[in-house]
Write a protein that binds this ligand. Structure first.
Ligand code: SF4
Ligand code: SF4
Length: 412
């Protein structure tokens, strides 16, 4: 394992403070599932007292990488990063599970194949096959909660966002030029989020360039497949370094945080230069555009869920809330309890650990319902999918929106 991460092990005083913050420890109440337990196990691995087994692999797969332990550790132990490094070590030792290997190495790396997969899912949903599969209950006989996992699937776009919009938007007398990293979810599932961003930029004289780009690599990095993650990261750095722009904007908290880690993950100076221009789109709207809106009186109560990967970035808590305040009187912002607690999505965690992930989400649903909000806004497509699913399971009518969708509505 890498030396600088191993130093983290020695920093841990075993105080157990992380227990109070770990969403999984609060559900499972068992030491291996909290940072302290994982540090102890990694110490044993380092000393050669234990080796990778299925049980150990399962323990290290049971982490949301939410970073709550790291944020609150008095000794600065980066629990989430340690888990990522442990997963990397595991992949070196035992290889990737076959399904992940195929997805990361034969799908994520190729935009054409990803688009084709999106098209197949779109047809599955639109031609009635999905209805047939659900009514036949065929998935219920399969293992791994497949029937439930299938219901997580949001509606897929017929045509990817990046195929529908030009490479460069034409804005007469533009005052700023930005490159937009759309992420896979906006591209394949939420094109309306991308359209909202283009609408806001156009209304504010910002020219937008959407370069050919790839998955940011977070699913691969989070699963320990650093080879695929680095290939994707390097392709993105190459694509964006060709563009002479003032800023790079991003609408996904996980993509943003992966990009911010590129300099270290890729050991690249070019990446370091580019990340200096990188900004979460909400922060860009508030701090750079200083967007003034003229919202009409609607008085819709809205609350906000902090994506784990956004809240620790510069102004990652303040900027989204400031944007929400500017939506008044169309939307009246109310803070929910534990707004910054992880929703349990964690990329593919909600697929691999469906039940546990939904237990974590249920706490978030409680907070949302207690706030009395009619809409919950967020800034991460993965959180948005998870919250939509959990609220639907709770038979709630609360709608889940990306912040930029609400802001774009208030332009009119
Ligand atoms: S990871 Fe930090 S909070 Fe947790 S036991 Fe170690 S020192 Fe304490
Ligand atoms: S990253 Fe989150 S889920 Fe993982 S050990 Fe830390 S607090 Fe728990």
């Amino acid at each position: 394992m890498e030396e600088n991460y191993l130093k983290n092990l020695d920093k841990c005083s075993r105080c157990g403070g992380c227990q109070a913050y770990c969403p999984l420890f609060s559900e499972l109440g068992r030491e291996p599932y909290v940072a302290r337990g994982k540090v102890e196990l990694l110490d044993h691995l380092r000393a050669g007292k234990v080796i990778w087994t299925d049980k150990l692999a399962d323990i290290f797969s049971t982490c949301l990488l939410c970073g709550a332990c790291a944020e609150n550790c008095p000794n600065g132990v980066a629990g989430d990063k340690l888990v990522m490094m442990a997963r990397k070590d595991l992949v070196t030792d035992r290889g990737l599970p076959i399904i992940k290997k195929n997805i990361f190495q034969h799908l994520l790396r190729y935009n054409g194949r990803l688009n084709m997969a999106g098209k197949c899912l779109y047809l599955y949903q639109k031609t009635g096959v999905q209805k047939l599969v659900r009514s036949s209950r065929a998935l219920h006989v399969l293992p791994m909660d497949l029937a439930k996992i299938e219901t997580l699937l949001p509606a897929v776009a017929g045509t990817p966002f990046r195929q529908k919009v030009p490479y460069r938007t034409a804005v007469a007398g533009s005052r700023l030029k930005v490159a937009y990293f759309t992420g896979c979810v906006t591209n394949l599932i939420n094109p309306h989020v991308g359209q909202s961003i283009l609408k806001i930029m156009e209304a504010n004289g910002v020219e937008v360039i959407i370069p050919e780009q790839f998955c940011c690599g977070v699913p691969a990095f989070a699963s320990g497949d650093f080879t695929t993650g680095r290939i994707l990261g390097e392709q993105n750095i190459q694509a964006f370094s060709h563009e002479k722009v003032d800023y790079i904007i991003c609408d996904c908290a996980s993509c943003l945080s992966t990009w911010l880690d590129y300099p270290e993950l890729l050991e690249s100076e070019e990446a370091a230069k580019l990340t200096g221009k990188l900004m979460d789109v909400n922060r860009f709207i508030v701090e750079v555009l200083d967007l003034k809106l003229v919202p009409r009186e609607m008085g819709v109560k809205v609350t906000y869920h902090d994506p784990c990967h956004l809240k620790r970035t510069e102004n990652g808590r303040q900027a989204p809330r400031e944007l929400l305040r500017r939506l008044s009187p169309a939307y009246e912002y109310v803070e929910m309890g534990a707004a910054d607690r992880c929703c349990g999505s964690a990329g593919s965690f909600n697929l691999s650990h469906y039940r546990l992930s939904q237990r974590v989400a249920a706490k978030k649903v409680e907070s949302i319902l207690e706030s009395g909000a009619e809409v919950v806004a967020s800034a991460c497509p993965s959180c948005i999918m998870q919250l939509s699913h959990a609220l639907k399971n709770a038979q709630s009518n609360v709608r889940v929106k990306h912040l930029v969708e609400l802001a774009a509505e208030c332009l009119e």
